[in-house]
Every structure is written in C-alpha cells, then in structure tokens.
Design a protein around this ligand. Structure first.
Ligand code: C2O
Ligand code: CU
Ligand code: CU
Length: 504
C-alpha cells in the first residue's frame, strides 16, 4: 500500500525536500516502540474516520499562547501529568501528555521573593518527577530522577524563588524516559521576574511572547511517532520534520510594527537551531538561560541548542501591514555531520519555523535600554578546584560522561558547598552536545573552538560544547544536595550521558 505522507508541502526549504518524503510506503507503518514498562503514551487511533488534508500548509495556524499560572494572583497551583487528546491540527485529535489537560502547558510566572507552591499528581503509567530547569532549589524540590513518584502518587513542591529574572522552564525528568515525556508534551515555561528587570521597561503584555520550539514527527492520523525501531540512529537524537511553536505546527502570529520581546526555548530532542529572521537583518540579544545580559548585543542570528533559552528583542518598525517575517533556522552544520534518520530533515537542515504577520502600523515609543543588569564576573583565580568532564561514546554506542553510564545512586563528583570551581567540559566526539547542570548557574570562561557564541556572555545553565571542543565554565555552589549534570540531548541523557554531583 502506498500512502501519501501528509507533510509533503512544497513551501519548505530545499534541504527539507532533499530528504525526500514525497511517498512513503508500508515500511513506514511502524508500531510504536514498546518499552519494557508500560508506555505512558501508547498511540491510540482517533475514534472516527476523519478526512484529514494530505498536506499542511505552513503559517496557516495561529500561534497558541500558553495560559499563565501567575503567583502574584494565585498562591498555589496543581499539575497532573496525564494523557490528553488535544487539537494540534484542525480536525484532528492528537494524543499527548499534559499537566493540565491541554497544550501548550501553562507558563509559570513568579516574582523573585515569592514562594512557589504546587501539588503534582502522577497519572502516567510510569514513575515521573518534575524538574524546574535552571532553578536553584533544594535537592528534594529539584526533581532528581531518584525522586520520581509512582503512578497515582502526589508530590508537593514548596520553595522560595530567590534568583533574579530570567526565562526558565520545567519538564519531567524520570530516568530513561525524559526524552519521550518531553516529546509527548511534558514541558512548559517558568518565568521569574524581579524589580531590576521591571525598571528596564522591556516590552510586555502582547509584546512579550514565550516561544517553545520543538521538532516532531506525526503519522497520517496526526499521532506522534517517537523513536523508529528500524532506525537505530534515533537513539542518537530524534529529528522531526514538523516544527511546533507552543504546540502549534509552523504557526503565524499577528504583530504590530513595534518591538517584541521573544523568550525562545529549544525544547527539542536533539535539533540545534541557528535562529534568524528572513527580512529583518538584526535583532537584540538581551538575555540567556539564567538571566539578562549586561547590555543588549546586536546579532544577525543566534544558536540555540537543546534546553538553552534566549531572550531577544526584534523590531518590526520598518514593516507595513501585510508584511510577513519568517523566523527560521539557518541550519547548523558545524554542530554535527551525523546522518540520523534518512526520512527527516537532517540536524543541519535549514527550516522555516514560524511567521509574523504585520497587521498594524504603530508609533512605537519603546526603547531598548543601553544597559541591562550588572553581571558580577567570577574570576578563574576564585576557583579552588578544576575538574574535567568528558563527553564520550563507549562500546555499544552508548553516550556517557567520563565513560561511565549513569548510575542514579553513584556520586561522581563531590564539591564543597560555598566554593567556586572551574569545570572543563571536553567533547571527544564529532557531534555538539549541550552540557547542563542542576542546582547552580555558571559563566563561560572560554572555549577553544572556532565559533564564538554571544550567549556565552550571560548567565548559563546549559552550554553547547562543539565537536572536539573544550569549554571552561566557572560556578559558585550555594545549594547543598545531590544534583545531576548531563547532556541535554534528550536521547543522550536517557541513555547514560548523565552523572551525579554532591554539594556538601
Ligand atoms: Cu532540563 Cu536535568 O534538565
Ligand atoms: Cu535542569
Ligand atoms: Cu549528548
């Protein structure tokens, strides 16, 4: 049986077409992979026979904006990890995982100094746990995989938010299933605000947009496909052909001719984006993972590896009603030359992401401040210790840190509380990996590769380490406890590319 794959639209880039998914055959009729334990996300076909269009036309669906859980109004929230049927495509229900029944999941908005309070219920088939990516919170609140709660159990999160403004996120973090759970939906934004940021009068309200970017695969019934059991390279990272922004495929968003603050998160499995606009040459980078920069940096593009965030201001001032501006990835061949799945756009493929439709001319009085927030620089001389962490692949094709597959209960590094250390993250393979650590934020001291990353100038919790590159980071440990550090390519961390750090 020959079936026309529904995503064979032509508006996408040549590189996409080059991957040739015009016709797909029966071999594509893949059974969802059955893990040893019951999958939380076995695919169930839609109830009724629906007539779905064969093609999706990009930029025809309106960008969804997540609802907000704002701690200024509400003092406590509740999340339930659950299976839900949602409308990602018109006329179809897609089975996904959610925290409150729909996608996108709500954005948590909280001010520095407020207390975060949330009851989390696990209604999935497997144990899971929520992690607050980038937040520096006590061990029992952090969502270490060892703390996963069983099906039907509840966990109460309760901690004061003590760090400065930034674009953070949350996602589940069970050992071995993080990739699939995030892929199927379990991720959202976590925005911290503070007084210093407020003084800057950055664009807000309709002029501030959180954008969560993820590439995924859908079958002809619009159900998510995860790994392809026939293509072992999927274990190196899952690449999809449909880019969702806030759970909307290739969306558009209507804008006025003013400045917009875009808080962009890469919540994909492996794809690294080199973000740029087609008809706007430059934009201002104002923040990185864990906070605002000292001053805006004018850039033409910005590289965003998995789990990294950028805070940017883009100005539509030269645009007139009717104009369209496309946000795209230019492709990132420097990051990897690996061939992953032959049917999907490669790691380094240029792709369109979303479009901004200018609908109204306005007199924009907004100014981008010249100075943002001071960043006290840690000096190499502050460090009491230097460690090396290597990113390696070992026999059997297993991704590891320091050649040791992750053991949830083994302590790999012990750090003295209150000290500053330099960690040298050494990549010994031909693929870029994002290094992430819990319970601490860091600054990048230097990297010995060819590419300079403007994001290295800010507070980080995740950093891209290019093929065969060493990145030196410096961090000051203020939170005691057992935390993980890992590669944030989801399929790598699920395999074994993770380790434990004890701060005491
Ligand atoms: Cu996004 Cu271990 O984290
Ligand atoms: Cu994290
Ligand atoms: Cu990796």
């Amino acid at each position: 049986m020959n079936r026309r794959y529904f995503l064979n639209y032509s508006a996408i880039t040549a590189a996409y077409l080059f991957t040739g998914c015009e016709e797909r055959t029966d071999t594509d009729e893949r059974k969802p992979q059955q893990p040893a334990s019951a999958s939380p996300a076995a695919v169930t076909p839609p109830k009724a026979e629906e007539k779905l269009p064969e093609k999706i036309t990009p930029f025809t669906q309106k960008l969804k904006i997540p609802a907000e859980v704002n701690y200024a109004q509400l003092k406590k929230a509740a999340f339930t990890a659950q299976k839900s049927q949602v409308n990602i495509f018109p006329g179809a229900q897609t089975e996904v995982l959610t925290f409150q029944g729909d996608l996108p999941n709500p954005t948590i908005r909280i001010k520095k100094g407020e207390v975060f309070d949330l009851d989390f219920m696990n209604n999935l088939a497997d144990p899971t746990i929520i992690h607050w990516h980038g937040l520096i919170v006590p061990e029992e609140m952090d969502g270490h995989p060892k703390d996963a709660i069983a099906t039907g159990e509840m966990k109460s999160y309760h901690y004061p938010v003590e760090q400065s403004a930034g674009t953070f996120w949350y996602h589940t973090h069970p050992h071995g299933r993080t990739g699939e759970e995030i892929y199927r939906g379990l991720a959202g934004f976590y925005l911290i605000e503070d007084e210093e940021e407020k003084q800057l009068n950055l664009p807000e309200g309709e002029f501030e947009l959180p954008l969560m970017i993820q590439d995924k695969r859908f079958d002809e019934k619009r159900q998510l496909r995860y790994k392809d059991p026939k293509v072992p390279q999927d274990n190196n990272g899952l690449l999809g052909d449909v880019i969702l922004v806030n759970a909307t495929p290739f969306p558009y968003h209507e804008v006025k001719s003013g400045k917009y603050r875009l808080r962009i998160l890469n919540a994909s499995s492996v794809r690294t984006y080199k973000l740029a606009f087609d008809t706007i040459g430059e934009f201002a980078l104002i923040g990185t993972d864990a906070g605002l920069l000292e001053e805006p940096l004018t850039v033409q593009s910005v590289v965003l590896s998995v789990a990294e965030r950028v805070d940017i201001i883009v100005d539509f001032k030269d645009k007139a009603p009717g104009d369209k501006v496309t946000l795209k990835t230019l492709g990132f061949k420097e990051g990897s030359n690996l061939t992953l799945h032959p049917d999907y756009p490669a790691f380094d493929a240029p792709m369109d992401i979303m479009q901004f439709h200018v609908t109204e001319k306005i007199q924009d009085t907004q100014v981008v401040p010249e100075k943002l927030i001071p960043i006290p620089r840690m000096q190499a001389s502050d460090a009491v210790n230097t460690r090396t962490v290597t990113m390696e692949i070992i026999a059997g094709g297993i991704w590891t840190l320091d050649q040791k597959p992750y053991d949830m209960h083994r302590v790999d590094q012990k750090v003295k509380l209150g000290t500053t250390e330099i960690w040298e993250i050494k990549n010994s393979v031909h693929m870029a990996h994002p290094f992430h650590i819990h319970g601490v934020r860091f600054q990048v001291l230097e990297r010995d590769g060819k590419i300079a990353f403007p994001t290295d100038k800010g507070w980080k919790d995740t950093v891209i380490v290019m093929p065969f590159e060493t990145v030196r980071i410096i961090m000051h440990f203020t939170m005691p406890g057992l935390f993980v550090y890992h590669c944030h390519i989801l399929e790598h961390e699920d395999q074994a590319m993770m380790a434990n750090l004890l701060v005491e």
